[in-house]
Design a protein around this ligand. Structure first.
Ligand SMILES: *Cc1c(COP(=O)(O)O)cnc(C)c1O
Length: 390
């Protein structure tokens, strides 16, 4: 099998699983308990908190554990909206956010908030001038993702942070795709809230982080007990949090090396596909791009069909055509970059880990060439195109 769907999820690293194991068995105490079986788990949680904080250049008490990236996004948007509604009810975000942000915004619109959805250019980049022009006296929050999960484009986060700071507006970033893969310093970048997810960087699924800068008013999303300094109720997921901490430590120690390996295979894949497969377009920015992201649109084919045929060859990828999620709408991200519906439907995302090799890339390109030839030869659109050309 060749696994190239690491933007959807990654394999939990063996050392992460190892670190978690004792917390399922002998260390089962409730972290809130007085006895040491419990309180030692509290120490393990705070150890993980320190690891995450130092990775972000944050303070330990600014790190909150959640049950994933979606919860962190929901929490950031809804809690800030609620806390600052007295000051204003306007939020700025982009058209290419993950649904965890977009659907939270839609929810807030129903609660009386107004949301500006910024467009992006062909490469998926937000324009800083446009962002600044969208700011109003009642703007309370800017939420722009660090890097896009479909096309891999890395947004100008430092520039956005500067603008937000200058206007006294809070800045949240969904950094789920960037965290563990790119260096992030919340001080340098003027980030006030940041979401991350364990399973996108070889940590366990169902674990996440919300960074909330000291002084930012944001209440709870989950009400109940006093866990996480009264801000996130529920008995802590001790194995998950320990695993997340181990994954962050691993990511910090290997980030440069992994990025270099992934970038090399990424650029090799992009180069071969562009050179050998006609009627394709690279989606996302060529250089301001996640190390492991490859995304192409192929004319005259359905991404879904390409995926099924790749799967028969043991290759796992993903498509921007959202049939996978039970909808016939093409990807909102690809449409925002200016693709036509049929182009967006013919897209393929290959997202790499450091385990993917050039040899695997060669196999994928060869299979892809065969699959595209077969599908295009069956396509009436392709036939019309060839006729029209002659
Ligand atoms: C995966 C992902 C999420 C959701 O994270 P979960 O931990 O799966 O809930 C949010 N935002 C982005 C950009 C993602 O890629």
């Amino acid at each position: 099998m060749i696994y190239m769907d690491n933007a959807a999820t990654t394999r939990t690293a063996p050392e992460v699983v190892q670190a978690m194991m004792p917390y399922f068995s002998e260390h089962y105490g409730n972290p809130s308990a007085i006895y040491s079986l419990g309180s030692s788990n509290r120490k393990a949680i705070n150890e993980a908190r320190r690891t995450v904080a130092s990775f972000l250049g944050a303070k330990q008490e600014e790190i909150y554990f959640t049950a994933g990236g979606s919860e962190a996004d929901n929490w950031a948007l809804k809690a800030v909206a609620e806390a600052y509604a007295g000051r204003g009810k306007h939020i700025i975000t982009t058209k290419i956010e993950h649904h965890a942000v977009l659907h939270s915004c839609e929810y807030l619109e129903k609660q009386g908030f107004e949301v500006t959805y910024l467009g992006v250019d062909r490469d998926g980049l937000v324009d800083l001038g446009e962002l600044e022009a969208a700011i109003r006296p009642d703007t309370i929050l800017i939420s722009v993702m660090f890097a896009n999960n479909e096309i891999g484009t890395i947004e100008p986060i430092g520039g956005i942070g500067d603008i937000a700071r200058k206007h006294g507006i809070l800045f949240h970033t969904d950094a789920v795709q960037a965290f563990g893969h790119l260096p992030i310093d919340v001080e340098e970048l003027h980030i006030d809230l940041l979401s991350a997810s364990g399973h996108k960087f070889n940590g366990p699924k169902g674990t996440g982080v919300l960074y909330i800068r000291t002084g930012v008013k944001a209440g709870s999303l989950i009400h109940g007990g006093a866990q996480e300094r009264n801000r996130r109720a529920g008995t802590e997921n001790v194995p998950g949090i320990v695993g997340l901490g181990a994954a962050v430590a691993r990511a910090a120690a290997t980030m440069e090396e992994r990025a270099a390996k992934e970038t090399a295979v990424r650029d090799y894949l992009i180069g071969r596909i562009e050179a050998e497969i006609p009627y394709c377009r690279l989606n996302g920015h060529r250089t301001k791009r996640l190390p492991g992201n490859v995304n192409f649109s192929f004319q005259f084919v359905e991404g879904e069909s390409v995926l099924i045929m790749l799967d028969m060859k043991g290759i796992c990828g993903s498509s921007g055509s959202a049939c996978t999620s039970g909808s016939l709408d093409p990807s909102h991200v690809l449409l925002a970059t200016g693709l036509k519906h049929e182009e967006a439907h013919g897209s393929l995302r290959l997202s790499l880990s450091e385990e993917n090799t050039v040899e695997e890339a060669d196999i994928v390109v060869e299979e892809l060439k065969g699959i595209l030839t077969k599908l295009r030869n069956m396509s009436p659109l392709y036939e019309d195109f060839l006729k029209g050309r002659n």
